[in-house]
Design a protein around this ligand. Structure first.
Ligand code: ACO
Ligand code: BUA
Length: 449
């Protein structure tokens, strides 16, 4: 049978396809905007009609739309949503007892699927339409997909013509011969992450970082508003020949490209191409990626591998955090025991950037967090809030940046680190941080430089 005959033979309606799901199954919904649309709606409909269909475990990450199966009135009793990285939607689901976070180091995820995860009963993902060679592109989200599909007992693809085709190698697409069922979706718009307008603080932080970026640097811009602000400033800077090797691709890559900054000329791997493992942004970004030979998608165990990252010179890694303590520990995924996001690839890029010749990693935050009552809390704290998780350890952090300044913590003694961290805190909190540092015996006034 040729590829088209296979395709036609495997074609099903969404409702027919989800009839393979059984109570107790583990179901993978792919990553971020790859989450199925019509299959998810069909499964939720089936669950409404069949109350005995229960004990379903789902895996997904960075959901930009609420999965329909999690919106069932009895979702907490019948399903568990397991997230590799929580979006705002997923953290609400955690609070409702429907979702749980699964800790990761992003670069390791393909191995989790190949060696550690016990079951992938059904995989359902959105893909681009089949190409002339019988392949469906994983599109915006390659991440750990190839490994996950190797383990899946049943593979269902939901074809969406709005899914861009991203160029990459064999690990970035699946052939019709390996697919069990093809569902032609309704062609819903792909989930988007709206552009973030940088705040004044974001811009103040970005302004300090940009002068430390050399011509020809290779950039990783993380999730959140601050890395986007840096991208925006770079587009209007005098810098030339920037390259991209990043876990997440966002709209600012289009700004850099349109400004003529993005040549990738100095990359030591994939010269000339911007490399990513997942993309989340607006339609403008998705159109930019579509069949663009200067943009390559690759599995996360390549993109986030610290040897691969550090093969490039002058890697600049920019990530955000919620708290840093006076020891230099970085907490970017929970606030106390309240889960916010996840570890993602922060550690991969912090380690990889420092290993790169001329590389620098920047951990950024606003000096204060304003709570719902408008009260300011310092993000630089004596010790991390009890219950919070450490995302990058004190030995790994390189530069810490707030709107009040920047400090390079590598090579400093404990008292110098505490002093440096206090120097970038909000002035209103410095005295109490000094008092706390003295009490913890990590700083004394006579040490002052
Ligand atoms: C992706 C790559 O390319 S590489 C790797 C990058 N990945 C990482 O660094 C992983 C960890 N980092 C992250 O997930 C993000 O950068 C974050 C969470 C630190 C910041 O992301 P942002 O989107 O800018 O966060 P934002 O300011 O919207 O805050 C997120 C939530 O945390 C809450 N929060 C943040 N700081 C605090 C605080 N100090 N106290 C209490 N709550 C807080 C906010 O209220 C918000 O919660 P809500 O929306 O449910 O009310
Ligand atoms: C797991 C994807 C997001 C991140 O690394 O922050």
């Amino acid at each position: 049978m040729n590829d088209i005959e296979l395709y036609l033979k495997k074609r099903r309606t969404a409702r027919e396809a989800v009839s393979c799901v059984k109570s107790g199954d583990w179901i993978d919904y792919g990553f971020c905007s790859q989450m199925p649309y019509d299959l998810d709606l069909a499964l939720a409909e089936r669950m409404r009609e069949e109350p005995e269909l229960t004990d379903l475990n789902f895996r997904g990450a960075v959901a930009l739309r609420q999965p329909a199966v999690t919106a069932l009135p009895d979702a907490a009793e019948r399903i568990t949503w397991n997230s590799w990285h929580c979006s705002a939607i997923e953290r609400r689901l955690m609070e409702q007892g429907v979702a749980y976070y699964a800790p990761i180091r992003f670069s390791e995820m393909p191995r989790y699927y190949r060696e550690n995860i016990q079951r992938v009963d059904v995989a359902m993902i959105q893909v681009s339409p089949m190409d002339n060679h019988g392949f469906f592109s994983f599109s915006l989200n390659t991440t750990y997909l190839a490994a996950m599909l190797e383990r899946a007992k049943v593979i269902i693809v939901e074809v969406n013509p709005r899914m861009p085709v991203a160029f990459g190698g064999l690990g970035t697409a699946i052939h019709i011969s390996r697919v069990d069922m093809v569902v032609e979706g309704e062609g819903h718009e792909i989930d988007q992450l709206p552009g973030l307008v940088p705040t004044e603080v974001d811009v103040a932080v970005a302004r300090q970082i940009v002068p430390l970026i050399p011509d020809g640097a290779c950039l990783q811009l993380g999730i959140g508003g601050m890395p986007n602000a840096v991208g925006g400033l770079l587009a209007h800077s005098d810098l030339k020949d920037l390259g991209i090797h990043t876990e997440m691709l966002t709209d600012c890559v289009v700004d850099l490209d349109e400004a003529g900054k993005l040549t990738g000329r100095n990359k030591n791997l994939d010269r000339g191409s911007a490399v990513f493992t997942f993309a989340a942004g607006t339609r403008r970004l998705y159109d930019f990626i579509h069949r663009n030979p200067t943009v390559l998608v690759a599995p996360v165990d390549y993109v986030n591998d610290i040897d691969v990252i550090s093969t490039h010179d002058n890697v600049i890694s920019i990530n955000n955090t919620m708290e840093v303590d006076l020891f230099g520990q970085v907490s970017a995924e929970t606030m106390g025991t309240r889960h916010i996001s996840g570890a993602g690839g922060q550690q991969d890029f912090v380690l990889g950037a420092y290993r790169s010749k001329g590389g620098k990693s920047f951990i950024c935050c606003s000096s204060v967090y304003l709570d719902k009552q408008g009260r300011a809390h310092s993000r630089l704290v004596p010790t991390i809030t009890p219950g919070s998780i450490i995302t990058s350890t004190r030995t790994n952090i390189h530069y810490l940046v707030t709107e009040y300044g920047m400090v390079n913590l590598k090579g400093l003694s404990a008292w110098q680190r505490a002093e440096g961290i206090i120097s970038v805190a909000h002035p209103d909190f410095r005295e109490e941080l000094i008092a706390a540092a003295e009490k913890m015996h990590i700083w004394k006034r006579s040490n002052r430089r």
